[in-house]
Design a protein around this ligand. Structure first.
Ligand code: NIG
Ligand code: FE
Length: 406
């Protein structure tokens, strides 16, 4: 007897792929029309036209069934909000200028340092619930609003508490190199050494899978990032970078050289950087919510990035400063409008390729027999309507690990 049988979906959008999708293949979805999907013991056990008994039957007539979204880049644990800064930005203020004056990331650092662990966790849990409601079944979470040992530990401990959440799998990333904290502003090298000490200890406690660095003017140079990321690799961490958000200062070349799992943002990227990423098969995580929210008008050159052969993923970058949304549906809508992705490209980027950006492509990210049953049912008859309607929640049901959570 099956646990759940989803019947008669107008489209089962499988996003099936043996590896990260690139080039033309990114535009192919593998859709089963009028299909059924069977779930048992948390896994997908059959796809096609099925007539088995199940404890629960879900009628999906006129609905599209998709793999749950994988949001492979978020800063979900933090305290406070920055609507005051947003108001300034609508009047023309600049993100990096605000950071230079001790605002931006550093203002969230102050709020987060003040928060108690239960306060931090309660806020994170409310956000997990919201992300799940919008169809995300796995998300990555970066630290980086503590910027000292005790507070980075507090953030990563909060992420660990989220591990048992039934709606969401959370993947922890250490981002001690997010900004130089005020107390180290005249001694950057000492802070880099402190980051190295933290990564070693957090890795020893298995509190982080990845180490990330914000490579940017006003944050960390490629040279500083190299020191941090080499140290991280030496203690068994996989690596990611924030590169090319506002300028291209060598982060892409460094990430390619060190074998990063993904390099994220890429709003500014050179031809040579693209060639290197394609050659090393590094996932380019594009975050269109950022230029949208910051109103820069400068989006990653997605078509050139795809044509170069780089596997792209999409993510929210959810954070209080540069992208306050948890809606992967909104990100897909933006990617199609501003980066001119097709619906199929955006969907693959938000599911299977995003799963590969978290080294989980063999387990999640597609509807495939044997894979974890992380599935969403949308109130639309075909996947092309997903980017078309925008700013509304089209997700009707969410199944996580074979359990109905919405
Ligand atoms: O990905 N770039 C650095 N970090 C975030 C922004 C964090 C913040 O503004 O609080 C980002 O855009
Ligand atoms: Fe980010």
């Amino acid at each position: 007897m099956l646990d759940i049988l989803i019947k008669n979906a107008s489209e089962l959008v499988t996003c099936k792929s043996a590896g990260p999708k690139t080039g033309r293949d990114l535009d192919a979805l593998d859709v089963v029309k009028g299909g059924d999907l069977a779930i048992k013991d948390g896994r997908i056990v059959a796809i096609g036209h099925l007539n088995e008994d199940a404890k629960k039957i879900i009628d999906a007539t006129e609905k599209a069934v998709l793999p749950g979204f994988v949001d492979c880049h978020t800063h979900l644990v933090f305290s406070g909000s920055r609507e005051d800064e947003f108001a300034l930005k609508t009047q023309g203020a600049n993100y990096l200028e605000i950071l230079k004056q001790g605002g931006g990331i550093l203002s969230t650092v102050n709020r987060t340092r003040e928060a108690t662990p239960p306060q931090l966790l309660a806020a994170a849990l409310a956000r997990i619930r919201m992300a799940s409601d919008y169809g995300t079944t796995t998300l990555e979470i970066k630290s980086g609003y503590g910027l000292d040992f005790q507070n980075e530990l507090k953030m990563l401990a909060a992420v660990r508490c989220l591990h048992t959440n039934r709606r969401m799998e959370s993947v922890p990333t250490f981002l001690g190199a997010h900004a130089v904290p005020q107390e180290f502003k005249d001694n950057r090298e000492a802070y880099v050494r402190e980051v190295l000490r933290m990564v070693e200890e957090f890795r020893r406690q298995s509190l982080a899978e990845y180490c990330d660095v914000f490579v940017e003017e006003g944050a960390f140079s490629a040279k500083e990032a190299e020191t941090v990321l080499k140290g991280a690799k030496a203690c068994g961490c996989r690596i990611k970078l924030h590169a090319g958000e506002f300028s291209d200062i060598g982060g892409v070349e460094l990430g390619a050289d060190l074998g990063a799992t993904s390099i994220d943002h890429l709003d500014y990227i050179s031809e040579e950087g693209m060639r290197l990423m394609a050659e090393k098969k590094i996932i380019g995580v594009l975050l269109p919510g950022v230029p949208f929210h910051l109103m820069t008008g400068h989006y990653a050159p997605a078509r050139r990035i795809i044509d170069a052969g780089i596997p792209i993923a999409l993510a929210t970058d959810f954070n209080p400063g540069s992208c306050p949304t948890l809606s992967m549906q909104m990100i897909i809508a933006l990617a199609c409008r501003y980066m001119r992705l097709t619906a199929a490209e955006a969907l693959n980027a938000a599911t299977i390729n995003a799963a590969y950006a978290l080294d989980r492509g063999d387990r999640i990210g597609s509807l495939d027999v044997g894979k974890q049953a992380d599935i969403i049912i949308l109130n639309i008859p075909n996947h092309r309507q997903l980017p078309y309607w925008f700013g509304m929640n089209l997700v009707e049901r969410v199944i996580k690990n074979g359990r109905i959570v919405k």
